[in-house]
Design a protein around this ligand. Structure first.
Ligand SMILES: NC(=O)c1ccc[n+]([C@@H]2O[C@H](COP(=O)([O-])OP(=O)(O)OC[C@H]3O[C@@H](n4cnc5c(N)ncnc54)[C@H](OP(=O)(O)O)[C@@H]3O)[C@@H](O)[C@H]2O)c1
Length: 252
């Protein structure tokens, strides 16, 4: 089994939800982290928790992926403080649910720009640091909504389009980086229950019955599996809950 001990991992959207679960799990696996997100207070709280459990305090870098200037500043900050990056987890992306009223231009721009424009610019900006790693990986957290012919369900059309583009981004990077040491791995989650390491639900999540909703733990386990494969293998993983995560209305 390939060890993650001592690797430097950058995670976007790290302040809460899946990003926080990934951060806690990668820290537990021995990674040194750079926590990136829009909410510095949430990043600091998480950094405190990781420092108290592992003895290693993550760095925190503010980034709004929907703002290209913020992305540029974040890339500069990481480049100044780190001489290499082993793992970049592109987790941050704005969620937008379907509704009957029109979406604002701001919402549409933010959904597309966080998942696609900012994620691409952030990745491109960190490529020089990734190229200095002996085992560099980019992991993109997509969505089953981003797969061809995925049902729209309760997802807004802009989010659906952004996740399709993000799947293409991960695949394009994989092709662009073929023949180099870098891997572009993608994990497509279904709808998730937000469970966190240390909560009782985290242990329960490892033993869910078929037909039950996916959780953050399923994604974390998939990411850990993918990045610890021998380097001639690049995985694209679809986490398929029954019906792609479609659940009957309550009582239905
Ligand atoms: N939860 C699910 O059911 C589900 C299913 C499939 C795929 N995913 C994907 O999993 C990833 C994590 O989502 P989640 O489950 O934790 O729930 P989420 O509510 O979709 O969280 C979105 C994450 O992205 C960050 N984010 C949003 N806009 C951002 C921006 N402009 N710049 C930087 N960060 C931004 C958020 O950070 P802030 O704290 O700054 O808002 C948050 O950490 C996302 O890519 C999401 O699309 C989630």
């Amino acid at each position: 089994m390939i060890e993650l001990q001592g690797r430097t991992a950058v995670i976007t959207g790290a302040g809460r939800g899946l990003g926080a679960a990934l951060a806690l799990s990668l820290a537990q696996a021995g990674c040194n982290l750079v926590l990136c997100g829009r909410n510095p207070a949430a990043l600091e709280t998480l950094a405190d928790r990781i420092a108290s459990t592992t003895g290693r305090r993550p760095a925190s870098v503010a980034v709004d992926l929907a703002d290209s200037e913020s992305v540029r500043r974040a890339v500069d900050a990481i480049t100044r403080s780190h001489n290499h990056v082993d793992l970049l987890v592109n987790n941050g992306a704005m969620w937008l649910e379907a509704r009957d009223t029109p979406h604002s231009a701001e919402e549409v721009l933010t959904v597309i720009n966080s998942a696609v424009t900012g994620t691409f610019l952030f990745t491109q900006g960190l490529l020089p640091l990734l190229r200095r790693s002996a085992h560099p990986d980019i992991v993109t957290i997509g969505s089953v909504s981003g797969l061809p012919n995925a049902p729209l369900q309760t997802v807004s059309v802009p989010f659906y389009a952004a996740k399709r583009a993000q799947a293409a981004l991960a695949d394009g990077l994989r092709q662009m980086l073929a023949g180099t040491p870098l891997r572009s791995i993608v994990v497509h989650p279904p709808y998730l229950d937000d469970v966190q390491p240390g909560e009782p639900e985290w242990a329960e999540a490892a033993e869910r019955a078929k037909g039950t909703r996916g959780t953050n733990r399923d994604v974390v386990d998939a990411v850990l599996f993918a990045v610890t494969r021998p380097r001639h293998i690049t995985l694209s993983i679809v986490l398929d809950a029954d019906d792609g995560g479609v659940f009957p209305a309550q009582g239905g």
